[in-house]
Design a protein around this ligand. Structure first.
Ligand code: MEV
Length: 437
């Protein structure tokens, strides 16, 4: 069914928008009630939450879970994770405990520089522009001074501002590269505001500069931060003796398990099909913590996958080595995060998550998030090279299937017992339910 184009939807009241939606659904009264029940009861909270996005009419629920026992740089964290995917939290929690008993996750390197760019076309001799750059650069820095004062008082600000000639990739194209330190804020608004000041000043400076044809010699195209945050990167690792992997998988020695795990990491290094899925297993953990702490997971996803392709060939973000009977897993990933500002000030659960983590700095949060990513990755790979993921996954999924088929609590308990030593599938669960009638 195709709908008709509607005009002025955004001007409708919240209630009108809700009516617009439920009128299109079966059992509209029931659905309307569901939408109402999806929201916070407290009016102030409900309104500030709904105002986060345009045309909002309700709240979409995703489970809020805890993966306990992450030992990161000698400190223990019980980590909030928001995800709907069965097994992700259980796997992260298993891995957290496994590594906590073996020294935990340790930081090897961390950088926090964020980047933004102003793209413009220069339609005259490039030498006119580059020759003028030292003075123009001074003017641009002067222009943004008032906008960075508050950030500077918090220890951040602009680290560098340089001109780059990109005419080798596109005729007339130049870019102003600005490096920022935004301390504990993700800094998107701060960065974009500074960049827009830079582009205004560029336009102003060349306002009367015309080419022979009478057109402006400069055309500013856009000013925007980059989500390719290769200056904001954390490297985290965990290691243990291969003998400490004994008894993890039935019938497999620690040495053999370590060998198989390493092989799986090597495959992800060289094969794009596996690398993508391998990295998805990392992002399973990372996104869940980002959502729980009010961070922009789309930005991190975009940056992480670009980073995975930094050599020109998409590869795995994590690696595994075995030397002197010690297995080491290591993850290097760009994570531009914030622990103040943005939705953190508004979303009560983002605040709760950060409090649970001890109100970390953004640097500390980078370490925690990377650890959860590496933990999730290790748990997935360990399962893949031993029992396969379906065993654990389908056991978790069993509850979802039972719920979707309308099983009551008693039947669910019976099903869990029944499927303890059997393969879970939708058809098998349906058959089991039929046998219970
Ligand atoms: C499923 O969400 C994630 C995995 O596919 C990751 C992996 O294959 O490493 C299990």
């Amino acid at each position: 069914m195709s709908e008709e184009i509607i005009k002025g939807f955004s001007a409708l009241s919240k209630e009108e928008k809700l009516q617009f939606v439920v009128r299109r659904l079966s059992n509209p009264n029931e659905k309307e009630q569901l939408f109402h029940e999806s929201m916070f009861k407290d009016e102030k909270l409900r309104n500030s939450f709904l105002e986060l996005s345009e045309n909002s009419i309700g709240s979409y629920h995703i489970p809020y879970s805890i993966a306990p026992n992450f030992l990161v740089d000698g400190k223990v964290y019980h980590v909030p994770m928001v995800t709907e995917e069965s097994s992700v939290v259980a796997a992260a929690a298993w891995s957290a405990k496994f590594w906590a008993d073996r020294g935990g996750f340790n930081i090897e390197n961390i950088t926090t520089t964020k980047l933004g760019h102003v793209y413009f076309l220069w339609k005259e001799n490039p030498l006119d522009l580059t020759g003028n750059w030292p003075y123009l650069r001074f003017l641009l820095l002067e222009r943004i001074k008032p906008h960075i004062a508050s950030m500077e008082s918090r220890g951040g600000g602009v680290l560098s501002l340089e001109l780059e000639n990109l005419t080798y990739s596109m005729p007339n194209l130049f870019r102003v590269n600005v490096e920022f330190e935004t301390v504990d804020s993700m800094g998107a608004n701060f960065i974009n505001s500074c960049l827009e000041e830079v582009s205004q000043e560029l336009k102003l400076y060349y306002a009367t500069n015309l080419t022979e044809n009478g057109e402006s010699s400069i055309e500013v195209i856009m000013a925007i931060l980059s989500n390719y945050t290769d200056g904001c990167v954390v490297t985290i690792s965990a290691s243990c003796k291969v003998s400490e992997l004994d008894n993890i998988a039935k019938g497999t020695s620690g040495a053999d398990l370590a060998r198989r795990i390493q092989l799986a990491y090597e495959i992800a290094k060289v094969d794009v099909y596996r690398a993508t899925t391998h990295n998805k297993g990392i992002m399973n953990g990372i996104d869940a913590v980002l959502i729980a702490t009010g961070n922009d997971f789309r930005a991190v996803e975009a940056g992480a996958h670009a980073f995975a392709a930094a050599t020109g060939r998409y590869s795995s973000l994590s690696k595994c080595t075995i030397t002197n009977d010690t297995i080491t897993i290591r993850l290097t990933i760009p994570l531009a995060l914030g622990t103040v500002g943005g939705i953190i000030n508004i979303h009560p659960f983002a605040k709760i998550s950060l409090e649970l983590l001890g109100n970390p700095s953004s640097k500390e949060l980078m370490k925690i998030v990377a650890s959860v990513g590496l933990a999730s990755n290790f748990a997935a790979v360990k399962s893949l090279v031993t029992s396969g993921i379906q065993q654990g996954h389908m056991k978790m999924h069993l509850t979802n299937i039972l719920t979707s088929l309308g099983a009551d609590d008693k039947t669910k308990e019976a099903a869990v017992l029944y499927f303890e030593d059997k393969k879970v599938s939708y058809a098998a669960v349906k058959e089991f339910l039929a046998s219970q009638k």
